[in-house]
Design a protein. Structure first.
Lengths: 461, 461
């Protein structure tokens, strides 16, 4: 009997496990997971903290029994893999509740160890502070909520980091009645997603919603009294609070991969080939600990995003089950919502593209979501970046109080996947109806603006 | 001085006029338009009828003075072109108000005559009936509204045709307090947009909104008393009403093109090449009277849709102004909203593809708009059609009570434009955030289902 062992029961690991079992019922599929949960939606944690999601169980895509009973997967919860022997194809494990240890043989191994917060490395003092939180797992959401709900209405939450986790937390903690301050080390919010002028629109929205935003303020330390943080210290002064959430910085869990001598890539994440094989025979890796190829630039990138992790799991499972599958990569789409504002980007920013040696043409515009005569239309800011030399699309950013912000970016993302051009965008046949879109959609206007510089005639690629 | 004369001041004509003038300020640009309006949004008529739009003027993208004063275009409103001499490059015109006639020389001519309702050809009796309406121009919306508002609340509107105009009218006349019946000759609603099972979802929604739907019932005649229609006669019996709107059938206005001997294409619309030139020297044609190439099949198609018309105008204007531009075609995206239901499709249906000789693979699924744990998610029905032999995407349809229905179709539309495959769709990096999309978007699930049949390995095209 062939045995596939998966280390890590998150989205990527369970996608791989499910896929193998679906294609090869005769394979023995074992998943080791340190927590009591599998198939968990870590992205839901801010919504658990903010009571949008009532219970932790709702954040599981399926309960553990589903995988055992319906899919025939051997789940070993609360169990840690302590050592892997890649040549002997065995591993040792330890049950974290009972202390029981054991050894298991495997034919194929899938590493799906995920990523972890860098917060306790950066500020070791916070490990001892009862009112400072960073995301370790699903229960972090519950712990933040229960602490917040014990505080008086109007108590002060300080969020360190204005990336997507920080800004989702800002909305959710406001919803709990807290007064929220967001502190960002870099000069503007959403620094990995948006250009400064688009970030300014988001910052303005946060302020309108009563959130204080302090940028360009790296946190030096947490000041504490009696096991509780009282303030953070920054160049821009001390910022006091009753509850602190650190939403900055994660790193890939590469320890097991390093232990077996698997290659670590230039990004610091686990290297894999297009079949998601590590450099060690019959050992695969998937999910947030793994790097992959950016389709736009061909470079290696580390993108710990759930859709990438899920696709990796699916493809690795297919390969192990004997299918001829490859993971083609991603283009770097990311999105989030904070209060009513939706933020999305894909591909490269103009600055990133220039640093990589591209000559770039940029179109920026303000458009609307509906025909001008339909009430309730919403403004959309859209920026599209193209390669001057070839007319190839390189990236886009958008912000606005409408979910169509994400979808305009999704159209560009799909075009980036196939290395499409400005002319392909112009002739993309975006549907029109007065209550759904303007006749000249911002996407098509962006293409038209780029064609002013690049010419109307499509160039052969 | 070079003179460009445009016949027809709708979206396509004004796009061409504006583009020429923008690139060549030294050109004389003259637009002949029979109505008092230019740059009108005919798609807004149902919303004018239903009081969503208060005044006809709101349906003009710009007032006529804008084109005269800001863009330097010579507008001849209420003026009809009576004869064109293509060899002498002159035309004669007549002012419909003053009766004044004149002659004008031209260097380039652009035909933008639009399309018209076939209703009075099919049922000549309706021309004399004061309570039967079909769309002739913007004022049709005002006339329907003023007639409807004179009737008692709860009076009965009968709409002939369950295409997008009919179903938009159904919503808008319901909003005015009328009891609405929609009568469709074909076996289901939205017959040119949706497969029968998806049409059934829309029909169910209409019924929930209090609209009576009668399908498979071609209208034989209108029964009238004293200049007012009382009922329509169908195979399924007589259907009585107080107000009738005919929303079926339009045909391209090809008379002027035929008069100058311009080629009429296989679709019955005016033939043009990729530079939007008719078969007559220096005569161009754009908009709803003109056929073009379908990017998916390479066939000639007639698609009287506003985005296509606008792009044609833009490209024809660019060409006349000396730019090297081409109109690449469209893929056949159409969309509409009726009540809370959004309908969209692009490319071919499975039936259409089979008739054209394709072997097709179809994925149909029900998905959701948000992560499972976020309240308020909406169900989305999505069907994607692919070519079994090559893996190329061929088309898609979607329905659901969310504007993201259109946007999922827009992603497929953009991929159709570049002849992309099922594997390109799978690796399209659709953004994920819990309140905005599920981690496995219905689009990606559709690709995954198709890959079960087509294999996981991307095929070279």
């Amino acid at each position: 009997m062939t045995r596939v062992v998966i280390i890590g029961g998150g989205a990527a690991g369970m996608a791989a496990a499910s896929r193998v079992k679906r294609l090869r019922k005769d394979f023995d599929v074992v998943v080791f997971e340190r927590t009591p949960y599998v198939s968990f939606a870590l992205c839901g944690i801010p919504y658990l903290a903010g009571c949008t999601v009532k219970t932790l169980d709702e954040l599981l895509y399926y309960p553990p029994e589903f995988f055992v009973k319906k899919r025939g997967i051997d789940l070993r919860l609360r169990t840690k893999v302590t050592k892997i022997d890649p040549s002997g194809k065995t591993l040792t494990y330890k049950n974290l509740e009972t202390g029981e240890e054991g050894e298991l043989e495997w034919d194929y191994l899938v590493l799906a160890p995920g990523a972890r917060s860098r917060a306790p490395e950066i500020w070791p003092e916070i490990k001892e502070l009862e009112n400072v939180f960073y995301i370790t797992h699903l229960d972090s959401g519950e712990r933040i909520r229960s602490y917040a709900l014990k505080l008086k209405h109007g108590s002060k939450a300080v969020i360190v980091g204005a990336g997507y986790v920080g800004l989702e937390m800002a909305e959710n903690l406001s919803n709990l009645g807290m007064k929220v301050t967001v502190v960002e080390a870099l000069p503007h919010v959403a620094p990995r997603t948006l250009d400064p002028d688009y970030a300014e629109i988001v910052e303005q929205h946060l302020k309108e919603k009563g959130v204080e935003v302090i940028t360009g303020a790296p946190v030096k330390e947490f000041k504490a009294v009696n096991g509780k943080a009282k303030a953070i210290v920054t160049d821009k002064g001390e910022i006091e609070g009753d509850l602190f959430v650190v939403g900055v910085g994660i790193r890939p869990n590469t320890e097991l991969a390093q232990q077996i001598g698997a290659r670590i890539g230039e990004t610091g994440a686990i290297w894999v080939d297009e079949k998601l094989r590590t450099s060690v025979k019959d050992v695969y890796a998937v999910g947030d600990a793994v790097e992959h190829t950016d389709i736009v630039t061909g470079r290696r990138v580390w993108r710990p995003f759930a859709p990438v992790a899920n696709k990796m799991g699916y493809i690795a499972g297919s390969v192990i089950a004997g299918r001829d599958a490859v993971f083609m990569g991603s283009v770097g789409t990311s999105t989030f919502k904070t209060f009513d504002m939706v933020v999305a980007r894909t591909g490269l920013s103009a600055e990133e593209a220039k640093k990589l040696g591209y000559n770039v043409e940029v179109a920026s515009l303000e458009g609307y979501t509906k025909a001008h005569y339909i009430p309730g239309r919403t403004k959309v800011y859209l920026r599209v970046i193209a390669d001057t030399d070839t007319g190839r699309l390189l990236g886009a950013q958008s912000v606005g109080a409408t979910e169509t912000v994400l979808w305009r970016i999704n159209v560009i993302a799909s075009l980036l996947t196939v290395k499409a051009t400005v002319w392909d965008l112009f002739f993309s046949d975006i549907g029109y109806a007065p209550p759904l879109a303007p006749v000249w959609d911002p996407l098509i206007i962006a293409a038209r603006l780029l064609m002013r510089k690049l010419g109307e005639r499509p160039r052969k690629q």
